[in-house]
Every structure is written in C-alpha cells, then in structure tokens.
Ligand binder design. Structure first.
Ligand code: ZN
Length: 440
C-alpha cells in the first residue's frame, strides 16, 4: 500500500499541475475543461464524472444561478503598447467575473479598479465580484506603486451570458444504499492548494474506490463551484432528500496538497461518523489540528446547515485562510508537493478502509472468555509476549453491542490498524460477532 500511495502522490501532483493553469470561476468553460482533464485521469479505472448544467436564473433555495462568465484575455498597457499586466501570463490579474471593458483610463481612476495585497507586496491577490457587476485588475503592490503614466489603456475581453453552472458527479454503487459522500470545489483559478489540490486528490480517490474488489458502501463524488454550486446541487433532482437518507459519512476536500499538519473541521453536530472516523485515522497518523464548526469556511457551510445537516467534515492539510500563500499567486505548484498528496491520499484511503470494516461487535460469552484454550493467550509468561493480549482483552471488554470499532479504538486507545489484526482471530474463535444491522 505504501508504494501505491507514493505512486499516486506523484500522479496526483502531475494532475494538479495540468489543471493549475486553467482559469476557473463559478461558471464557464474553465470548469468544463477541468472536469474533462479529471476524466482523462480516472478513465483508466472505468469510472467517470458525469457533468450536469443548471441554467442561469434557476433558483437554488435562497440563491439564483448567475449569468455564465467566460474570458479570453485582459490587460493594462501604456499608450505606446507596453503591457503592465496580462491575463494570459497569470489569470489572477483579472478580477473574477469582471465585465468587459476597452477604454483609456487616468491613473487615479484606474487605481480604484486595482486590487493588491499590501502586506505581501510581491503577491497577486485572488479577488472576485460575482454578484456586483464591475471590473477590476489584481497585481502586486510593488507593481501598482510603479505605475507612473498619466493614462493607461485597459482591456478585458470577457462575456456574461445566459448560460449555466456546471457540476459533476461520479457515483460508484456498493452493496448498501448507504453512501460515503465526497465533495470538492472547482471555482478557483490558478491556485494550487486552494483548490486544484482537492480536484486532483478527488480524481485519485475515485480511482482507488473504483478499483476496490468489494464495496460495502456506495460512494458519491461531486465537484462543484463553492457555495452556489453546493446549493445548486442540493436543490436539484431531490439530492437533498437522497443525501439526507443515505449519507453515512461525508467529506469536503480543501487545501490537501501542502506538506503541513492535517486538519479536521468538525461537523456542526461534532460527533458524527465522519468526525469520528477522520479523527481516528488522523490520531493514528500523527499530529493534526482540530477546528470546530465555528471555524467553517468551505462547503461544510451548506452541507451542515440547518435543514441539510449531513454528517460531514472538512479535511485539509493547512486550513484555508491560515497560510500566508492563501488566495494569492504564492499558492502555486511550489506550495504543494508529491509528498503532500501522498499523505492526503493515504489518509482518505484509510478513512474509506476503516468505514468499510467498521462494525458494532458483541462478545458472546458471559464474563471473560477463556483465551488460552483457543490459542489466543501466551502459554509462556514472559514480558513482550503480551503485546497483543492487552488490546485483545480490552477490545473484548468493550464489545458490548453498543460501541462500534471506532468507538472502541478510541476508548481503549488502540489504533484500528492493530485491532484489524486481532478481530478476525476473535471472530474465528467464536468469541465476538457483529451486532449491527447492515448499513450502519
Ligand atoms: Zn478559496
């Protein structure tokens, strides 16, 4: 598995670098092109992300799908034709959803349409204006301070039209209707960790799940623009009712490609299966940070909202908003790494594996079972011989038909990777059995 994780870390990084240059927004061709590239990647596994279009003007609960935005270019140039910034060099230079413009502007007037990050004078900030029609340029503070001419020529070759919002879904059926739900967002232009990383990791995870020989759960992967896309998705095709009925655990992927500590942002409820399984796997992995729902910021805001309330957590390495590169041109392919992806892929893979084997167990004897006559207790008493016996006896002590594997692992402070080796021996010995109904 370790070799497989390493190989996948490398291919996920390569996929990330392929989708990184594309200009995406909450609508438009960049979203479609990105999904096409993800599909080329997952094609080998036989799975596919099917795309769906929600027309401009469609209601999504309290929101309405906006006009579709596409852009071909944009620049600021001196009157003798010297380019100051060019969209084709870095698509962060044009504010997302900018209306078209082609005019000469006085410097003072132009400066009102320029956005910079004062405390990071070399970085280009990521700025959007989806719901107020305006145009703008983004550049480094240093570049802005170097503008000296009286008048500049500004051009944005963009288009807002009656079109649609695009989302995509890949459903992999399992033995149960109960499902694992994984979501990530696709609306950010050229930034690597936030959130080309989520898209690339999701493609890797789809391959992993598609290639499983046996799936107890069904798996649903969705890719959509943040906020408006999540609301559009929930409001379409009875998805809300379907997910409320079937989702056993859900995960929103955000900023999963860097090499820093892992992060869990807990669900609103805080104690769902998703909260428990991710915390359990991360505990086994090493250091991680935990945030409550008060620190939410991505699509968990919709998936955990009152009336939706899915058992869903957000998984990150560095949490959005906490790293200096966040929402700037510094969040580039140097900020993410093969190793970062390898780790995130391994964590989510372990999460799926644990969910697949998670059961409520019940001990079949009254009082402690006699392990010795089943060959489960060392017949020679010497230190070192008891490594497996203590967790085994602890496991039996809590297998009371009310706690699942994750609960017991946490309660007896023993990783599931270890319990996984013990349980088959106890089942074979007739000491414990599965107590739960199918589907958790
Ligand atoms: Zn973001």
């Amino acid at each position: 598995m370790r070799m497989e994780n390493k190989r996948m870390g490398k291919s996920i990084y390569e996929l990330c670098s392929k989708i990184y240059p594309i200009c995406r927004s909450i609508t438009g061709d960049g979203v479609r092109r990105t999904i096409d590239i993800m599909n080329e990647f997952i094609d080998v596994s036989g799975a596919v992300l099917n795309t769906f279009e929600v027309p401009t003007g469609t209601k999504a609960y309290d929101w309405v799908i906006p006009e579709e935005w596409n852009i071909r270019g944009g620049y600021i140039e001196t009157l003798d034709g010297k380019r100051i910034v060019d969209f084709n060099e870095n698509n962060l230079h044009v504010m997302g959803y900018s209306v078209p413009v082609d005019t000469n502007m006085k410097l003072a007037e132009l400066k009102d349409c320029i956005y910079t990050q004062k405390n990071q004078p070399d970085a280009i900030p990521y700025v959007t204006s989806y719901y107020n029609k305006r145009f703008g340029f983004c550049m480094s503070e240093n570049k802005k301070n170097n503008l000296k001419d009286d008048t500049y020529h500004v051009v944005i070759d963009s288009e807002l039209k009656q079109g649609s919002l695009t989302y995509a879904e890949c459903f992999l059926e399992g033995e149960s209707d109960k499902e694992i739900f994984v979501s990530t967002y696709i609306c950010h232009p050229s930034m690597a960790n936030d959130n080309c990383s989520g898209l690339a990791l999701m493609a890797g995870l789809i391959c992993r799940v598609a290639e499983l020989k046996r799936r107890r759960y069904s798996y649903r992967f969705v890719v959509l623009p943040e906020t408006i896309g999540a609301l559009a998705y929930l409001s379409q095709d009875n998805h809300l009712e379907l997910l409320k009925r079937n989702v056993a655990a859900g995960f929103n992927l955000s900023c999963v490609g860097d090499d820093n500590d892992y992060t869990i942002i807990k669900s609103r409820n805080g104690k769902t299966l998703a909260d428990r399984v991710l915390a359990n796997v991360l505990m086994d992995t090493g250091r991680y940070k935990e945030y409550s729902y008060l620190d939410r910021g991505s699509d968990e805001r919709q998936y955990c909202a009152p009336g939706v309330d899915l058992p869903l957590v957000c998984f990150c390495r560095s949490k959005f908003g906490t790293f200096p590169e966040y929402h700037t041109s510094l969040d580039n392919m140097n900020f993410v790494s093969e190793k970062g992806f390898e780790g995130s892929f391994a964590v989510m893979g372990n999460v799926f594996d644990v969910l697949e084997i998670n059961r409520v167990y019940k001990c079949s004897t009254i009082g402690e079972p006699q392990l010795g006559r089943r060959g489960l207790y060392p017949t020679i008493s010497q230190k070192g011989n008891y490594d497996e016996v203590f967790p085994m006896r602890n496991f039996i002590s809590y297998a009371d038909g009310t706690m699942d594997l994750i609960d017991i692992s946490e309660r007896i402070n023993c990783p599931i990777s270890k319990l996984e080796q013990i349980i088959p021996k106890l089942v074979d010995g007739g000491i414990i059995g599965v107590a739960e109904k199918e589907g958790n």
